[in-house]
Design a protein around this ligand. Structure first.
Ligand SMILES: *[C@@H]1O[C@H](CO)[C@@H](O)[C@H](O)[C@H]1NC(C)=O
Ligand SMILES: *[C@@H]1O[C@H](CO)[C@@H](O)[C@H](O)[C@H]1NC(C)=O
Ligand SMILES: *[C@@H]1O[C@H](CO)[C@@H](O)[C@H](O)[C@H]1NC(C)=O
Ligand SMILES: *[C@@H]1O[C@H](CO)[C@@H](O)[C@H](O)[C@H]1NC(C)=O
Length: 278
């Protein structure tokens, strides 16, 4: 009698343990969470998608979380359509969706969570999907960003708000001396602007610059005509004249010096003979 009592107790214990184990086991396999767009602009909706395969057979709760805050819950049960639970008071504006068909053991179905009006405070926060069993979880970091205006040289960007999120606009124009079209660009959900501009250093000059150059040229020409040419000509002529004189002066005295020497050498004989003859 005692052994039967013991056997029943052991059976009861084993049943409890078995039920407990199946409850604790993760009844799902998850794909990696995909975020669309990969970087979401402030104020836009970030969408997380996960493909879930139901490997269990008992009812389990799948929970979407942002960091450790539960935002949406589904009850998954064999041969039933996933049932959305009451939304936990999370403070997040989320929209969940999943298959509207029955889920049987072995089926794969998508689980989608839209996180509306995202802010920079949840940049790098973790979005996760899982159940209470250990290891029953998949997660990804949220990436929230702002649109960065073009800051290339010559570009003037006037942004409609300091932190440029979804729908924020930037007015582009070009600095003086640069040419390019004036463009209005809008920040999109993926934290990029829908348009940009290029300002190129202009080759054509403004009327003021042209007038300045013309006046400068006239002044330069006037200086050349009335000052530099007369002054330089005098210098050039002077130099030429001096050189001619020097050249003549160097060549002429040489024969002058030798000639008198010859005359001096011949003079004693010459004049004497000539003077002696008459
Ligand atoms: C989910 O599965 C579909 C169809 O196989 C695939 O196109 C999609 O990329 C998958 N998504 C993720 C997040 O793995
Ligand atoms: C989005 O969130 C900001 C604060 O982060 C709030 O001021 C704004 O009203 C929200 N917009 C919508 C449409 O909920
Ligand atoms: C979001 O976080 C990433 C990684 O820390 C950082 O590089 C990025 O600048 C952050 N975005 C904004 C807009 O602060
Ligand atoms: C951002 O979104 C726009 C519009 O959907 C698309 O044309 C553009 O290629 C996207 N840019 C990036 C870097 O993903």
């Amino acid at each position: 009698m005692l052994s039967i009592k013991m056997f029943c107790y052991k059976l009861f214990q084993s049943t409890i343990l078995f039920l407990h184990l199946t409850d604790v086991n993760c009844q799902f396999t998850f794909s990696a969470i995909s975020l669309q767009p990969p970087i979401s602009s402030v104020g836009s909706t970030a969408t997380a998608t996960c493909n879930v395969t139901y490997t269990g057979s008992t009812a389990t709760t799948l929970t979407w979380q942002i960091d450790s805050v539960a935002v949406q819950q589904y009850r998954i049960q064999n041969a039933q359509v996933p049932q959305l639970g009451a939304q936990p008071a999370s403070g997040f504006d989320t929209s969940p969706s999943t298959t509207t068909s029955n889920v049987n053991t072995g089926d794969t179905f998508p689980m989608i969570l839209g996180i509306r009006n995202v802010s920079l405070t949840i940049n790098q926060s973790t979005v996760s999907l899982g159940c209470s069993a250990p290891g029953c979880n998949t997660q990804a970091p949220l990436q929230i960003g702002v649109c960065q205006p073009n800051t290339a040289s010559g570009v003037i960007a006037t942004v409609s708000s300091s932190s440029c999120g979804l729908g924020c606009t930037v007015q582009y124009s070009c600095e003086s001396g640069y040419t390019g079209s004036d463009v209005t660009a809008t920040c999109q959900a993926n934290a990029t602007f829908d348009a940009s501009t290029t300002c190129t250093l202009s080759s054509s000059l403004s009327p003021g610059a042209i007038a300045g150059i013309v006046i400068g040229c006239i002044i330069a020409v006037a200086i050349i005509i009335f000052f530099l040419i007369p002054h330089c000509c005098a210098e050039i002529c002077c130099c030429a004249f001096t050189h001619t004189l020097l050249d003549l002066g160097k060549k002429k005295p040489e024969p002058d010096i030798t000639m008198p020497d010859l005359k001096k050498n011949t003079q004693p004989g010459g004049p004497n003979g000539e003077g002696d003859v008459p």
